[in-house]
Design a protein around this ligand. Structure first.
Ligand code: SME
Length: 165
């Protein structure tokens, strides 16, 4: 049994450090990327307070052969399955290869509302050899839930996972 019990009073940097340690332990030596993403989605849900969605979109292929994001393992309500590059917060992170920290999703042009409860969002690309292979997406029902500490912490997690998903 895996029993991770993050202290509710941890500061964000320490919270993400412990999350990365747990992710390292859970994914070490496991070659199945889907299993690793599933466990890390569960860890994000346990470690990061005030979320209504936590999970992955993987880089995949659309019907016309072009690249698009495809839903991966997550915790939360059912979500849109395919997101074209450049659309919504996830599509922006994937096409630019850059973290998107959105304090108010209603003010983000083209935001895709998978859960009407979402108010703020943090999306970090997972880069392997300079290519975006997936994004990690966190949604919160709290406006401005995420800050730079969350962004840097999630980027460290993304770097750790680059060769494991
Ligand atoms: N809001 C995202 C879509 C994914 S869901 O939040 C799970 C976006 O705008 O890309």
């Amino acid at each position: 049994m895996y029993d991770f019990k993050p202290d509710p009073d941890l500061d964000p940097a320490e919270r993400y450090r412990q999350l990365c340690d747990a992710a390292e332990a859970l994914t070490s030596g496991e070659s199945d990327g889907i299993a690793n993403m599933a466990n890390v989605a569960a860890l994000l849900w346990e470690f990061v307070p005030d979320l209504n969605w936590a999970g992955f979109y993987r880089m995949g292929e659309g019907a016309d052969g072009s690249s698009e994001l495809v839903l991966g393992p997550f915790v939360g309500r059912p979500a849109c399955i395919r997101i074209p590059l450049g659309q919504g917060v996830c599509g922006a992170a994937a096409s630019e290869g850059k973290t998107q920290l959105v304090e108010d999703v209603h003010a983000f042009p083209g935001h895709i509302a998978c859960d009407a409860a979402s108010r703020s969002e943090l999306v970090v690309p997972v880069l392997r050899a300079g290519e975006v292979v997936a994004v990690i997406d966190l949604d919160s029902p709290r406006p401005a839930r995420f800050n730079e500490a969350d962004a840097r912490g999630l980027e460290k997690l993304a770097a750790l996972l680059a060769d494991r998903i």
